[in-house]
Design a binder for this molecule. Structure first.
Ligand SMILES: Cc1cc2nc3c(=O)[nH]c(=O)nc-3n(C[C@H](O)[C@H](O)[C@H](O)COP(=O)(O)OP(=O)(O)OC[C@H]3O[C@@H](n4cnc5c(N)ncnc54)[C@H](O)[C@@H]3O)c2cc1C
Length: 262
């Protein structure tokens, strides 16, 4: 089995972490060799500790593909979102417009039910394939930026609906115009029902607040940004600070969207 050493302070979108060994999985059968592991996609939603006991694995290029079969498309777990977006655009398929500027692989996008507002991955999803076999959408517990999928997603199947919308793409582009430019992992917390996580963070005085080289952005407080050499411990202390302050001031429990990998 192939393995490589990856520097997460370069590989992850938030540019935090250190060097960790990454095992490259080339077939579903190979997964049985691992016990305590975490699957890494494109590391666009991950905050990875520079040291940890979990084995980190990633799907090989074998799982980077898109196949059309009748009314469905099957997409491999390692397929980058840019490829999926372009495929949808070229083949006039709707439902993938929100992938514009949403960095991901197919696996990470399905696991997180990634999306923008009501436009999300599960809308057109039919089924997934994990090491436990083929699983229909109706048998998966999912919601806003959340799924209960506990296996590795090797493939997902989507219904083809015609009509790629350029108007929607433009709408998503303009929605991103106020996003911070510094390295981040996107939203740090999910929006609690009836609240905006960014507004809550702002209301407890943490908008623009900095610990070392990590800060809650002064443009959008729900974005934890790296201002240079940000460290894992600095990011964790800001996350905990926001959770504590928001809970004691508003009684609202912030739920993390960012995935912490120890
Ligand atoms: C600038 C920026 C903007 C963003 N905007 C948005 C947005 O608008 N909407 C949104 O939803 N997200 C957004 N994100 C977050 C991120 O893009 C998504 O969560 C994305 O789906 C993560 O995909 P990934 O492949 O990088 O997964 P990773 O970050 O590597 O992993 C995320 C989770 O998925 C799991 N995972 C990865 N691959 C698999 C697999 N094959 N099988 C099972 N589990 C797997 C990981 O273990 C982890 O729990 C943004 C991030 C950035 C940096």
């Amino acid at each position: 089995m192939k393995r490589k050493v990856v520097d997460f302070s370069k590989f992850s979108s938030i540019r935090v972490g250190g060097k960790r060994e990454l095992f490259i999985v080339e077939s579903i059968d190979e997964l049985s060799k691992f016990k305590d592991f975490r699957i890494v996609g494109g590391a666009n939603n991950l905050l990875v500790s520079p040291s940890g006991d979990l084995q980190l694995i990633q799907l090989s290029k074998e799982f980077d593909y898109i196949n059309i079969e009748d009314q469905f498309i099957s997409i491999g777990g390692a397929t980058p979102n840019g490829k999926i977006f372009n495929f949808a655009k070229q083949n006039d398929i709707s439902g993938f417009e929100f992938l514009q500027n949403l960095p991901s692989t197919l696996g990470g996008m399905v696991k997180m039910n990634a999306g923008v507002k009501e436009y999300e991955t599960f809308n057109n999803l039919i089924s997934i394939t994990t090491e436990r076999g083929y699983i229909n959408k109706i048998d998966i517990d999912f919601g806003y930026r959340h799924t209960e999928i506990d296996g590795v997603i090797f493939e997902a199947k989507f219904q083809i609906k015609k009509g790629f919308s350029r108007e929607l793409v433009e709408k998503f582009k303009s929605m991103r115009s106020n996003q911070p430019k510094e390295p981040s992992a996107g939203s740090t917390f999910k929006n609690p029902q009836g609240f905006s996580a960014g507004k809550l963070i702002e209301d407890v005085g943490l908008k623009g607040f900095r610990v070392g080289d990590m800060a809650f952005s002064d443009i959008h407080a729900n974005f934890l940004v790296n201002l240079g050499g940000g460290q894992f411990s600095e990011a964790i202390s800001l996350i905990q600070m926001a959770e504590d302050r928001v809970f004691s001031k508003f009684g609202v429990k912030l739920e993390r969207e960012i995935c912490i990998v120890e």
